[in-house]
Write a protein that binds this ligand. Structure first.
Ligand SMILES: [Zn+2]
Length: 315
């Protein structure tokens, strides 16, 4: 059981499972496209949490940029079916083919839709560390998502990225300048973000979230998450597009950074003072809850998990 649970959290971003089931009741399988700026669009999933039969596995966002030479797509969802839905949604705004696909990280709810784009010969791009994990996981997430959604994710051909990026790499996609930012494993090993300097738009996977608590995972790095969030704020983006949740602003990323830094500091001090995790959870909730509870829909369920995870990092 524990082993199964560990495997599932390897494949997904793991956000409060009790919370997700309530949220899933409102989930819709409607891939409508939201215009963000000139030639930049988002397809935002209304569902937040683990893949379920209700959300049919669609629990993460995709974003795309229409360039002179084709479409640059960021993240492809949890299944080939979802990848095909994303492709259809893109066609509602442009007839240009998807020529480049970027996978933000190795969690399979962000890249198993790659197969939807293999017929156009799209170049699929990710970091080497993320691809190593994708290959280690292999068929695992496809089977896990099928079980979790009672078959709604269908069968998926696994299509791995073929172009491996290095830190700080810059590229021009059909006239659009893009800088890739590595988070140094903030949310998971090999996360990357995409910065459009001219448009002042930052596109991230699960290093960035909105409406919900920052997404900490068992294989992420908390100090690097704090550093990355503050460096994102320094870029002064006008718009921030996230892995889960609506488009947001630098202000909410600063809020996230302050929260994670504040909890990290308190856990570190509590651990040095030989306090037990439960005592720290109570103290952190009392001190930070009044300010942050109204700002996140899952503050109470996640703050406990954050403290426990950070506490383990001290040992
Ligand atoms: Zn993730």
């Amino acid at each position: 059981m524990l082993k199964t649970f560990k495997r599932i959290i390897t494949f997904t971003c793991l956000v409060g499972s009790t919370f997700s089931s309530a949220w899933a009741e409102n989930a819709i399988f409607d891939f409508s496209v939201t215009p963000i700026a000139d030639n930049v669009y988002s397809i935002v999933s209304p569902s937040f949490g683990l893949p379920t039969p209700e959300n049919k596995g669609w629990n993460s966002n995709s974003h795309f940029v229409v360039t002179d030479k084709g479409v640059l797509l960021f993240d492809t969802g949890s299944s080939e079916i979802i990848g095909n839905e994303i492709k259809k949604a893109i066609k509602s705004v442009t007839q240009k083919p998807v020529r480049w696909v970027v996978n933000s990280h190795s969690h399979a709810d962000h890249w198993l839709g790659n197969a939807g784009f293999s017929d156009t010969g799209a170049e699929i791009i990710a970091s080497a560390r993320a691809v190593t994990i994708m290959k280690e996981d292999g068929q695992g997430p496809v089977d896990a998502f099928s079980r979790m959604t009672k078959g709604a994710t269908g069968s998926t051909h696994i299509v791995y990225p073929t172009l491996l990026l290095t830190q700080g790499e810059k590229r021009n996609f059909g006239g659009v300048d893009v800088e890739f930012i590595f988070s140094n494993d903030a949310h998971s090993p090999g996360d990357l973000l995409m910065w459009l300097p001219k448009q002042k738009i930052l596109i991230g996977g699960d290093v960035l979230s909105s409406q919900w608590m920052p997404i900490l995972t068992y294989h992420g790095n908390v100090p690097h998450l704090i550093d990355t969030l503050y460096s994102v704020v320094k870029l002064q983006p006008d718009i921030v597009l996230t892995g889960h949740g609506e488009a947001t602003t630098a202000k909410s990323i600063k809020r996230d950074a302050d929260l994670v830094a504040g909890v990290w500091k308190r856990v570190k001090e509590g651990h040095q003072d030989d306090k037990k995790p439960n005592e720290i959870i109570l103290a952190v909730s009392d001190e930070l809850g009044p300010k942050y509870r109204p700002l996140y829909q899952n503050f109470d369920s996640e703050i406990k998990r954050h403290v426990e995870l950070m506490y383990k990092r001290q040992q």
